[in-house]
Design a protein around this ligand. Sequence first.
Ligand SMILES: O=P(O)(O)OC[C@H]1O[C@H](OP(=O)(O)OP(=O)(O)O)[C@H](O)[C@@H]1O
Ligand SMILES: Nc1ncnc2[nH]cnc12
Length: 193
Amino acid sequence: MVEMFAAENGLKGDARLQAISNAIRVVPHFPKQGIMFQDITTLLLDHKAFKNTVDIFVDRYKDMDISVVAGVEARGFMFGPTIALAIGAKFVPLRKPKKLPGEVIAEAYELEYGSDCLEMHVGAVEAGERAIVIDDLVATGGTLSAAISLLERVGAEVVECACVIGLREVKGQRRLNGKPLYILVEPREIDSC
Ligand SMILES: O=P(O)(O)OC[C@H]1O[C@H](OP(=O)(O)OP(=O)(O)O)[C@H](O)[C@@H]1O
Ligand SMILES: Nc1ncnc2[nH]cnc12
């Protein structure tokens, strides 16, 4: 996997990145002991930081001939549709099981504890379409891998995955089928909100 942090890929020294990082609240021990939860709801409350987040993704993807923005439930839904509208693409929700009413294809994936599943409507994406996958955060990469598989199973080309927050990969930790991953900021250990 090719992992790219925005600060090292065209946005070096860009003050917007620090402001985006500062707008994300860190909640220790949520939802369980030891997890430093990265809460993007505070980013959504900060109009400037929220707009800058969307703008950075739009600038990156607007001229890449992308026709599909696939957003991962639930927090990928908070960024994906705005990006899709701005770049002239459709938005495709990738949902947790039993939420989509039509015919679906499903892909199971492993979480740190247990497993989950993502579903996509059959017919939402056509073979040959160029897609990006959006989520708020990548940890193990299991969720993004499932999203990539769904899109590839219907013949779409996944151009890149994009996340607001991402840990630096420990070698071999993530398997994103060799797809590039673009990340805006690293998680913070303490809250500066
Ligand atoms: O890289 P991974 O290890 O797969 O983890 C990342 C995923 O975990 C979180 O979602 P979560 O599964 O908590 O679901 P939610 O957004 O519905 O709360 C986050 O929003 C990503 O989708
Ligand atoms: N530390 C974290 N904060 C928010 N969402 C997460 N999903 C997986 N790990 C997370």
